[in-house]
Design a protein. Structure first.
Length: 170
């Protein structure tokens, strides 16, 4: 059975356990597990510590302690043909969920402060807390905003947005 089939099965069982999708290193594609030799060089080279060894011994991303700065350290040390820097770094972008503190009129801008790419900005509103606006064209999907959100109101998704979500996106 090809590794990509194993990866799809692993994704399915992982989602049942509430762990969310498997996130792979930047600039990789769906055939990552077919190409990766599991040497862990990219994990050891990652200065942010967002890469770790996951299921099957393959590198995965975890945005709990910070985001990926797209420094290319993983690319530079990898000898396997898994990275393609000609493609977008990640297939997902940030999405601000309804449980965002700012949307509940609480002054919070931690996601904006964490976003090096300035993809999230807050629009002042008379009599209310500033509301977040997400520029999906500027968002790299690096996860820095997700790591800093005190209410876990930011998810990374490649799904199409609902009309309610579009109201908070530029």
């Amino acid at each position: 059975m090809p590794q990509s089939d194993n990866n799809k099965r692993r994704q399915f069982f992982r989602s049942l356990g509430g762990q969310g999708p498997i996130r792979r290193p930047p600039w990789t594609a769906d055939d990552f597990t077919d190409r990766c030799v599991r040497c862990r060089a990219c994990v050891d080279a990652c200065p942010e510590g967002v890469l770790f060894i996951g299921g099957g011994g393959y590198p995965e991303l975890r945005f709990t302690d910070g985001g990926c700065t797209l420094c290319r350290a993983c690319v530079d040390v990898c000898e396997a043909p898994v990275f393609d820097t000609g493609r977008p770094a990640f297939p997902w972008r940030a999405r601000i969920e309804a449980n965002c503190l700012a949307l509940a009129n609480v002054h919070c801008q931690s996601c904006q402060d964490a976003c090096e790419w300035r993809a999230i900005r807050f629009v002042p509103q008379l009599g209310h807390a500033p509301t977040p606006r997400l520029d999906t064209a500027a968002c790299t999907g690096c996860g820095a905003c997700q790591a800093q959100c005190p209410n876990h109101a930011i998810t990374m998704t490649s799904d199409t947005m609902t009309s309610e979500e579009r109201a908070h996106v530029d």
